[in-house]
Design a protein around this ligand. Structure first.
Ligand code: UDP
Length: 134
């Protein structure tokens, strides 16, 4: 299996709940290494740029407002099959549909405030890691 890197963001709701450490433990227990990390308050321009693919979607404005509502923790994760592994740890976009034991099932409140972001493909992972870590 290939060693991959993927981008993860712990969103403002989960940062406010003080569960960064609990989420990091899940990454580590799954064999994912945190190889870069940045705690920051996103600007509106950064959040809009990051979610540019969703620009035309009805939830775009609310999504950007939520992502800048407080600090986020951004990390690059490295390990075997990192992209898919992280998506499995996260669970479905809507926490009501997320499998028990996933991050979103355990820490997220709603589809808007859903605790974590994770790259959905290897190609997007490279783009997203570059966006935040150069
Ligand atoms: N989102 C939302 N309402 C929706 C769909 C998505 O607020 O109806 C938000 C949600 O926070 C999600 C993000 O937009 O995490 C990006 O959507 P995507 O479909 O890429 O989901 P993800 O890859 O995060 O599971």
């Amino acid at each position: 299996m290939a060693i991959e890197r993927t981008l993860s963001i712990i969103k403002p709701d989960a940062v406010a709940k003080n569960v960064i450490g609990q989420i990091y433990t899940r990454f580590e227990n799954a064999g994912l290494k945190i190889v870069a990390a940045q705690y920051k308050q996103l600007t509106q321009a950064e959040a809009e740029g990051f979610y540019a693919v969703h620009k035309e979607r009805p939830f775009f404005k609310d999504l950007v407002a939520f992502m800048i509502s407080g600090p986020v923790m951004i990390q690059a994760l490295e390990g075997e099959n990192a992209v898919l592994k992280n998506r499995e740890l996260m669970g479905a976009t809507n926490p009501k549909e997320a499998a028990p034991g996933t991050i979103r099932a355990d820490f997220a409140e709603s589809i808007d405030a859903n605790a974590v972001h994770g790259s959905d493909s290897l190609e997007n992972a490279a783009i997203e890691i570059k966006y935040f870590f150069g």
